[in-house]
Design a protein around this ligand. Structure first.
Ligand SMILES: NC(=O)c1ccc[n+]([C@@H]2O[C@H](COP(=O)([O-])OP(=O)(O)OC[C@H]3O[C@@H](n4cnc5c(N)ncnc54)[C@H](OP(=O)(O)O)[C@@H]3O)[C@@H](O)[C@H]2O)c1
Length: 217
């Protein structure tokens, strides 16, 4: 299997690249700037240049699955959220359908089910996530949607809590643990169709995925 990781240069996407390679899954890492290629190639990934606001020609061609982990970041306003997080993702979903790439794992956000759950400062972002997740879920692709709480740079613990489809409590989670969950979803087609929230917890990741599969089946 070869997975295209979008948002591969930093944060959760970069942790996912490392996790997949450790699991001996081939990775095609998308970068905006060719200068970012060497660091990813050193890890063992192949690299494709693409920009969610620009040229995406051929980036999904020939891969077996896409993991979308990119985003415009918390310091940008609604314009960039629409251009990158929403429209960029929709372009990738469309490209997957055109290229026959069926499997798609989306890094979304807690409260994307109901943007009114979030505080006013991030409502535009949650509204974009809500629309994006809905477009993916109805796209016909074999999708899994993962909605974590606040992301941290702490080392992964391998233990999480899932809410299917939502948690009644807020919380945080290390990016490494989110990446491990995304990799586990990519490896298990029984997670197709599942949408769930995710924070740190006491449950080993494999058991949490089993909960997701049981609840979504
Ligand atoms: N922060 C949180 O607490 C939180 C909570 C829940 C969900 N999330 C979701 O998790 C996502 C990932 O967050 P993160 O902090 O792990 O990642 P991050 O460090 O913000 O990294 C974002 C990635 O997106 C890429 N990117 C940005 N604009 C792009 C474009 N136009 N074309 C292609 N790639 C582009 C960046 O590439 P460059 O290196 O080129 O900039 C980078 O690889 C967020 O976007 C958000 O949707 C975040």
């Amino acid at each position: 299997m070869q997975v295209l990781v979008i948002g591969s240069t930093k944060g959760t996407g970069n942790a996912l690249v490392r996790q997949l390679l450790a699991d001996e899954v081939a990775v095609r890492a998308m970068v905006r700037d060719p200068a970012q290629a060497a660091a990813l190639e050193e890890l063992g990934a192949s690299v494709v240049v693409g920009d969610l606001e620009g040229d995406l020609d051929g980036v999904v061609d020939g891969v077996d699955a896409v993991a979308f982990c990119a985003g415009s970041g918390s310091k940008t306003g609604p314009d960039a959220t629409l251009r990158v997080d929403l429209h960029g993702a929709v372009r990738i979903i469309d490209a997957c359908r055109a290229a026959g790439v069926d499997r798609f794992v989306m890094l979304s956000s807690m409260a994307a089910d109901d943007p009114l759950r979030g505080n006013e400062r991030i409502r535009h972002y949650l509204a974009a996530m809500h629309a994006r997740d809905r477009i993916l879920a109805t796209s016909g692709l074999a999708a899994t949607i993962v909605r974590p709480g606040g992301l941290t740079h702490e080392p992964g613990t391998g233990r999480v809590q899932v809410g299917i489809p939502r948690l009644e409590t807020r919380g945080t989670i290390p990016r490494e643990d989110v990446a491990a969950v995304l990799a586990r979803c990519l490896a298990d087609d029984a997670t197709v169709g599942a949408t769930f929230e995710l924070i740190s917890g006491d449950t080993p990741i494999d058991d949490a995925i089993a909960e997701v599969v049981a609840a979504s089946g």
